[in-house]
Design a protein around this ligand. Structure first.
Ligand code: F6R
Length: 262
């Protein structure tokens, strides 16, 4: 796990977008796993800028989103379909048929989730998966207690998540209580994981995920099991990390980084 503490949200977003663009530059037909929420907004903005100003090409890219609320149609302003279109897809050159987002309106959840998993495999697996983290330590909507081997499925949201996400809805009662979400097992199969965390409200979850035990009670801790994961955060999100000086020391002394002359 590589832990990168950035001075502020903007720097975090730009650095993380750079990691995505590195993957696309070496593999133009990469498969990206995408996240929604407040945290990746700056990253999407930077990717859009790279597309418009520096020609970053999405014409061969395939995407799979982590999750969607059950019951919200694609056109609902709080649906993740709508979010992705507004904040990313409508600004880049990705072919619409290459975009996959769990359906909020499927009547057959079991069949849909099995199809979603199959599609990921048919497309060659996910090269880079973006993740946020919930204040309860979730990744995607894998709430505390989700099996670390879980696959795409319907999941009941935790009360804490409903409370956190109520800010996007008119009232708390409007927040759906179910979502379709990739499982922790699905996420761990991606070749690279990139988790972003911003703000004080994430500090405890970030510390538990990085420095606590691997546990289904903090599903983000499963990143400890992954051979190629990066966690970008701002200072506020890093504020409860005990080993912060060491993570910085590692960043300052990366093998291959320029060394002072002897
Ligand atoms: C969204 C998702 C969630 C969010 C998490 C943090 O697709 O999978 O796990 O990443 O709830 O949300 P924000 O960024 O809004 O704090």
């Amino acid at each position: 796990m590589e832990v990168i503490v950035c001075s502020a949200y903007q720097e975090m977003s730009v650095q993380a977008a750079h990691e995505v663009s590195k993957v696309l530059n070496t593999k133009p037909n990469a498969v990206l796993g995408l996240a929604t929420g407040s945290t990746p907004l700056g990253l999407y903005k930077e990717l859009v800028r790279l597309h418009k100003e520096e020609g970053l090409d999405f014409s061969q890219v395939t995407t799979f989103n982590l999750d969607e609320y059950v019951g919200l149609p694609d056109t609902h302003p709080q649906s993740y379909h709508y979010f992705m279109k507004q904040n990313f897809f409508q600004h880049i050159n990705i072919p619409p048929q290459n975009v996959h987002i769990p359906s909020g309106t499927t009547r057959n959840h079991l069949a849909f989730c099995a199809w979603y998993e199959r599609r990921i495999t048919e497309c060659g697996g996910i090269d880079l998966q973006l993740l946020g983290i919930g204040s309860d330590g979730h990744i995607a909507f894998n709430e505390p207690g989700s099996s670390l081997g879980s696959r795409t499925r319907i999941k009941t949201l935790a009360k804490e998540t409903i409370q956190d996400n109520a800010r996007f809805f008119e009232k708390k009662q409007d927040v759906p209580i179910y979502a379709i979400t990739m499982g922790v097992g699905t996420i761990l199969e991606a070749r690279k994981l990139l988790l972003l965390a911003s703000g004080k409200s994430k500090a405890a979850a970030v510390a538990a995920a990085i420095e606590g035990p691997v546990t289904s009670m903090i599903t983000a801790s499963a990143l400890q099991l992954h051979p190629n994961s990066m966690i970008f955060m701002d200072k506020e999100a890093a504020s409860q990390l005990k080993m912060r000086d060491y993570y910085q020391w590692i960043q300052d002394n990366k093998p291959g980084a320029p060394q002072p002359e002897p």
